[in-house]
Design a protein around this ligand. Structure first.
Ligand code: NAP
Ligand code: HSE
Length: 428
């Protein structure tokens, strides 16, 4: 049997403890499947005295993840600390410089420094693997780099932040406001220490940036993502969208268009009968489209100890088997610089507005839409008791520019009570 594969694990929180558990519980299975023993040499975290519910006494302890990453008796440095700067970045860089293979679950690190880390890894002939960084337990990185390797990928999209999907689902099922459900989710510990990473769409956008690189062979371009979180999604919109046959999701979409690479993470409407529309709670879903395969839909747990550790171990096992390849599917030097699309492809839009209930109000709105070239597909006005009438409009496909022109013109019609809400409807 070949030499054992020796791991150094930095970070013993949710994911790190999960990895230790799998290695202990499945030692024989892992060895049978990879042809080598997988051992832990040493571990690192902040607090050595913390009871983590798993026996760590047989492993050496390092206070400093950099010292762990560069030990002679560590073959693979497993980074489960998190954060795009600080100890995680320093230790991963140190590991690669020392010629160690690296496995990480850190989407923030890859989204911000993916290119330089990939260059460093490939220069040293090291693996840098990150299956757990996108959609937790769903094997989406392998799907793109292996299963769909023969495809020209045309679009990747998905719901990749379980906390946001939980919040939107709970608003819908309990009829609660965003603020109420946010407070509830925070109290239950469902949100990151900085909740803006979740509700601001940043965590999901980190994941989208990584998928776009794999799908389109472009350098990771987090700054090129059009980003909007869920904090402005109202219960009124969730109800109204449902009434028109849609669900609101924080949806990430990346696609190559004639105008460049379109990457966006924003609340969108999707048909409620579609797989994405049916996705409730904290589950993730990634939809991949390729010229040969058509569309595939991957659904599963995007977070949590077991699912995330499962993905980390998939990378560890590939390294144990000697499977190597460029970090982002193509050699880092061949990744091109993305040209961000100047504008989004045309789409239908959902509009919700309150109109003064007086003769000609609706006609004025229809007129400005028509003048901007925005065509109405469906429209609904609801009964009401005060002086303004709630109106919903679903447009035919239109450009964001035409829609903006119409919305600006609408503001000066003197028939609107408040500002209209506009949300993109994604074809899924
Ligand atoms: P976590 O529970 O907060 O654990 C972080 C660990 O890092 C803790 O053990 C902490 O030590 C340790 N740490 C922090 N600063 C350190 C330092 N300066 N030196 C050494 N150790 C340090 O985080 P997690 O949820 O396991 O997430 C780990 C990574 O996986 C992150 O990149 C995260 O984005 C990613 N991820 C997590 C999930 C998930 O479901 N949790 C899913 C996908 C990806 P102490 O315990 O002593 O404080
Ligand atoms: N906060 C993230 C989520 C954890 O809710 O999906 C996994 O990245």
């Amino acid at each position: 049997m070949p030499e054992p594969l020796r791991l150094g694990i930095a970070g013993l929180g949710t994911v790190g403890v999960g990895v230790v558990r799998i290695i202990r519980q499945h030692a024989d299975l892992l060895s049978a499947r990879t042809g080598r023993q997988i051992l832990i040499t040493a571990v690192s975290a902040r607090d050595k005295s913390k009871d983590r519910g798993v026996a760590l006494g047989s492993y050496d302890w390092e206070d400093d993840p950099v010292s762990l990453a560069t030990r002679d008796d560590v073959d693979v440095f497993v980074e489960l600390v998190g954060g795009d700067e600080g100890p995680a970045k320093k230790a991963v860089e140190a590991a690669l410089a020392a010629g160690k293979d690296v496995v990480t679950a850190n989407k923030a690190l890859l989204a911000m420094h993916g290119q330089s880390l990939a260059e460093a890894a490939e220069q040293k002939g090291c693996a840098l693997r990150y299956e757990a960084a996108v959609a937790g337990g769903i094997p989406v990185i392998k799907s793109l780099t292996e299963g769909l390797v023969a495809n020209d990928v045309t679009r990747v999209m998905g719901v990749m932040n379980g906390s946001c999907n939980y919040i939107l689902t709970r608003m819908e099922t309990a009829g609660l406001s965003y603020a109420e459900v946010f407070a509830e989710a925070d109290g239950l510990g469902y949100l990151e220490a900085d909740p803006q990473l979740d509700v601001g769409g940043i965590d999901a956008a980190h994941k989208l940036a990584i998928l776009a690189t794999l799908a389109f062979g472009t350098k990771v371009d987090f700054d090129g993502i059009v980003l909007e979180g869920i904090d402005r999604v109202s219960i009124e919109d969730i109800r109204a969208a449902a009434d028109m046959g849609y669900k609101i999701k924080l949806l990430g979409v990346a696609q190559k268009t004639g105008r460049g690479l379109e990457q966006r993470m924003q609340p969108c409407l999707v048909p409620d009968s579609s797989p994405l529309g049916q996705l409730d709670g904290g589950t993730n879903m990634v939809v991949l489209e390729g010229d040969a395969v058509g569309q595939i839909v991957l659904r599963g747990p995007g977070a949590g100890e077991g699912p995330t550790a499962s993905a980390v171990m998939a990378d560890v096992c590939d390294i144990a088997k000697g499977w190597r390849g460029p970090v982002f599917g193509l050699p880092a030097g061949q990744l091109t610089t993305a040209t961000p699309a100047r504008t989004q492809l045309p789409a239908p839009y959902y509009l919700r507005m309150s109109l003064d209930d007086k003769p000609g109000a609706l006609a004025k709105v229809a007129k400005v839409l028509g003048e901007a070239g925005v065509s109405i597909d469906r429209m609904r006005q609801y009964g009401h008791e005060d002086t303004s009438a709630p109106v919903l409009i679903v447009t035919h496909k239109t450009t964001p520019d035409a829609l903006r022109t119409a919305l600006d013109a609408m503001q000066s019609t003197d028939v609107l009570a408040g500002s209209p809400v506009a949300l993109r409807i994604e074809a899924v």
